[in-house]
Ligand binder design. Structure first.
Ligand SMILES: [Zn+2]
Length: 195
């Protein structure tokens, strides 16, 4: 069921709604162990997208993501590796990400130094690995908070200055991969669903 992604003239809010809907769709499909998206999943996407835009739905608080972080506290949130972990700012401090617990995740040394001050989503996509659902969800909430504090939610995407926010706005337009490429949380083997 092809649905048009937001274009240049549409606002950041529209873009957040789009990704929010996509994440809800993928989350639902993974939770029920589906092998591909079905009608119901597309309906969920539409409902969440619209709900976010009309204000009847909002992103759940970051405390949920803190719980997830603790549950998965023994593996890197980007590649799933175990072993010595470091603290990584999801939205880089260098680009204005907050030095607060909700913006800090556990990452292996290799991911932490490779990511550096880069945007998390674009960095992972460039490495051929889409962010897992739970990691993208945390990122999306942080990014939406930042855009809201900057008063840019209702600015058309193309008019948002590239350096105005602690994330890269292009992350809201990444091509959404097939369901088989998603994981709820990254596994060390990399990509694909658990068998
Ligand atoms: Zn890693």
């Amino acid at each position: 069921m092809p649905v048009k992604a937001p274009g240049d003239a549409e606002t950041l809010r529209e873009h957040f709604a789009w990704v929010y809907g996509n994440l809800a769709m993928t989350h639902a499909a993974l939770t029920e162990g589906a092998s591909s998206y079905g009608r119901l999943h597309y309906m969920i996407r539409g409902r969440f997208r619209k709900g976010y835009l009309t204000g009847t739905m909002s992103m759940r608080p970051l405390t949920d993501d803190e719980r997830t972080k603790i549950e998965h506290g023994s593996s890197c949130c980007y590649c799933g590796a175990r072993g010595p972990l470091t603290l990584d700012h999801v939205l880089p401090k260098l680009t204005g990400g907050a030095d607060a617990a909700e913006n800090i995740s556990y990452a292996c040394k290799s991911c932490n130094s490779s990511k550096g001050p880069r945007d998390m989503v674009l960095w992972l996509v460039n490495r051929g690995r889409f962010p897992s659902v739970l990691v993208f969800r945390r990122y999306l909430k942080l990014a939406a908070q930042a855009a809201s504090s900057a008063g840019l939610l209702d600015t058309p995407w193309s008019e948002v200055p590239g350096d105005a926010l602690p994330f890269d706005k292009r992350s809201l337009r990444v091509e959404w991969p097939a369901l088989a490429e998603f994981e709820m949380w990254p596994s060390a083997s990399g990509g694909g669903p658990h068998v």
